[in-house]
Design a binder for this molecule. Structure first.
Ligand SMILES: [Zn+2]
Length: 362
């Protein structure tokens, strides 16, 4: 029985969620830039570490000189010096949000100046004794990029002047009340789940990946084979000022059959089980309360099978799984499963899911 069962599972998993493509993996640190968009994300937990050679490949020579060789740009040379637009200044190296336009002021020095960093995870301060002076050097907390110096002659309320090299920064317009949070869900093939959540206003990005298992850096084939404990999962980056976690739960449950045990639709096995990964007690209670209300409502004739589990780690999937429905609308599985599933969710939750035809161009 076992000899027969294992190859069958392997066949099902290969058919069910697409062909085996190239196995290029993204590291978690670059997942924030998967779509090319920037988000003021302060939930990161891993630092970005690259060799000088690797930085050279992704930075211009000026950016490299400033950020990796502690250089200083000429005053009045950065377009950001006079920039008065509303938005966020990110680290040009790792895209960590560093400063908000709300703290920018005209210092008269010729360098973009701010009186406070964006968050407690933006910068670090170290003593710099070069050039015959003792100054406080500012570096990006996430990747160590040199950014400039801080002085205590700034305006209220901090009295500080963060004097930055514009070449170390990357500006993007952004509403200043944006508050990025992350939620992770599993409910079968991640192509489908990603397409559903990317249709929710307030969701900035949904990333396909793996969670719920033990193995580090798992591959698609390993997860599909059911040997790693992971489930195909989606990490949802959302603006919590625009869409709430309880609303994401509604989308999650309405976009699947939450009573299906150990699978979803045509996909069977542990890689396709339904899981809500909670970040804290409040999310855990929201999920458990919602499941209790669904069970009590008698909407389903079987009990809810989706499990509520603590979030540990999310591994972004291989590049060819990202935005799969958007990029491959003619794919057989997308036509037969992903798009019908999205249409059912749109019909069930017209107030929470955009009704427009998917895929739409970005
Ligand atoms: Zn950085």
């Amino acid at each position: 029985m076992k000899k027969f069962f294992i190859p069958l599972l392997a066949i099902i998993s290969l058919y069910s969620c697409g062909p085996s493509g190239n196995s290029e993996k993204k590291d978690a640190a670059t997942s924030s830039a998967l779509s090319g968009n920037l988000f003021p994300d302060t939930t990161w937990t891993e630092r970005v570490v690259k060799s000088k050679e690797e930085w050279k490949k992704i930075l211009t020579s000026e950016q490299f000189y400033i950020t990796r060789e502690q250089g200083t740009e000429k005053p009045y040379s950065s377009e950001y010096n006079d920039n008065k637009e509303t938005g966020i200044y990110y680290c040009v190296s790792c895209k960590n949000p560093l400063f908000s336009s709300a703290t920018k002021f005209e210092s008269g020095t010729g360098w973009p100046s701010y009186f406070a960093p964006y968050s407690s995870k933006s910068v670090t301060v170290a003593t710099d004794n070069t050039e015959g002076m003792s100054r406080d050097e500012i570096a990006c907390q996430r990747c160590g990029a040199h950014l400039g110096h801080v002085f205590n002659d700034g305006p209220k309320p901090t009295g500080l002047r963060y004097c930055m090299d514009g070449a170390a920064l990357l500006f993007q317009k952004e509403a200043l009340d944006t508050k990025i949070a992350k939620a992770r869900f599993a409910s079968g093939c991640f192509w489908c789940v990603e397409a559903v959540f990317e249709s929710v206003p307030g969701v900035r990005e949904a990333i396909s990946g793996y969670a719920g298992g033990e193995k580090e850096n798992p591959t698609y084939e390993e997860v599909g084979g059911g040997r790693t404990g992971h489930a195909e999962s989606v990490e949802v980056w959302y603006d919590s000022n625009k869409v709430s976690y309880p609303d994401l739960l509604k989308v999650y449950f309405a976009s699947q059959d939450p009573t299906q045990v150990n699978g979803q639709g045509p996909d069977h096995g542990p890689a396709y089980r339904s899981l809500v990964f909670y970040n804290n007690e409040s999310e855990k209670k929201s999920a458990e309360d919602y499941i209790a209300s669904l069970n009590n409502s008698k909407k389903y004739d079987k009990p809810i099978a989706a499990q509520v589990v603590p979030f540990v780690k999310f591994w972004p999937a291989e590049e060819y799984h990202q935005n799969y429905v958007r990029i491959n609308p003619g794919d057989r599985y997308v036509q037969m499963e992903s798009l019908p599933r999205l249409r059912r969710a749109q019909k069930a939750l017209p107030d929470l899911i955009k009704q427009e035809k998917f895929p739409v161009g970005k």
